[in-house]
Design a protein around this ligand. Sequence first.
Ligand code: IDP
Ligand code: MG
Length: 134
Amino acid sequence: MNQQTYIMIKPDAVRRGLIAPILQRFENTGLVIEKLELATLSREQGAANYAEHEGKPFYDGLIDYITSGPVVKMVLSGPDAVLVCRKLMGATNPRDAAPGTIRGDYGLIMDANVVHGSDSPESARREIELFFGA
Ligand code: IDP
Ligand code: MG
């Protein structure tokens, strides 16, 4: 099923100069990059993106981190784009992410795990609206 997903290269990866190799991984899948923008998130945007985690012990640190520098925001589209990107990204904790996945190859710790990707078509719609407008 053709669908859209929202992907973000997180501040740690941008700081480390990893935009190009990470973009290459997504392009290699054949998914289409529909939108692409470098920006620093406001605290409101960070909080909205991670609203489901409010109240958890890592929440404040997560918002500090995601707003700590520029991110690359993008919309990718293609068959099963949400699932394809989640598989490409690997497990949330880079320690558990398989080699060959983006988090497995470029990440070390949960607090700075390189990329964000929508976890369902519903999340994708919400996140695309949040970051790019309707
Ligand atoms: P996801 O990014 O794979 O969808 P979520 O469970 O939605 O994972 O968590 C969102 C983000 O919050 C993670 O990508 C990670 O950066 C951070 N996070 C999740 N759990 C923890 C934790 O236990 N400690 C620190 N950071 C966490
Ligand atoms: Mg998530």
